[in-house]
Design a protein. Structure first.
Length: 159
């Protein structure tokens, strides 16, 4: 949990999240295995108006990278603006548009847009449309999924 720092130090979400210690689903594949997953297949985490579906992380990639598919419900906000101290994030919008906050400005993207967020850069995302939108998130290095069960539990507890 130390890799993520939020703007608000009194963030209720992360205070409660640190108290939970849930484990992610067991990875069925290893780094040497071929992984074939279709749209919306993988380890799914429901996060309120967001859904994260992890395709490969940790044992599957030797923690070198993480790939996840994200869906945002219509007219929804992503997480609070935050940064990752040791993670470079890239996003590819496959069902747009999606709005990204990166550094100090909002960027409106459309389907087919690629965006790279360097480590230590404030960012978040939002769906400002009336339809479901989606993107692929590629993190370097991997290991981000280990925090997902606790995040999903927080959203379940705070509906």
């Amino acid at each position: 949990m130390t890799a993520i720092r939020f703007i608000q130090s009194n963030n209720t979400f992360f205070k409660k999240l640190k108290m939970k210690n849930k484990k992610p689903e067991k990875h069925k594949a290893q780094n040497k295995d071929v992984i074939l997953l279709k749209k919306e297949q993988g380890r799914k985490y429901n996060l309120g108006p967001m859904t994260a579906i992890f395709k490969a992380d940790e044992a599957e990639t030797d923690n070198k990278y993480s790939i996840s598919e994200w869906w945002l419900e219509p007219h929804s906000e992503g997480p609070e603006a935050h940064l990752h101290e040791n993670i470079v994030q890239t996003f590819y919008v496959f069902e747009g548009p999606v709005s990204f906050f990166a550094g100090n400005k909002w960027i409106d993207t459309e389907t087919g847009t690629f965006i790279r967020i360097p480590e230590n850069t404030m960012h978040t995302f939002a769906n400002r449309t009336g339809k479901k939108t989606g993107f692929i998130n590629f993190d370097i290095p991997g290991g981000f999924e280990k925090d997902m069960p606790s995040m999903a539990a927080w959203f379940d507890d705070n509906k």
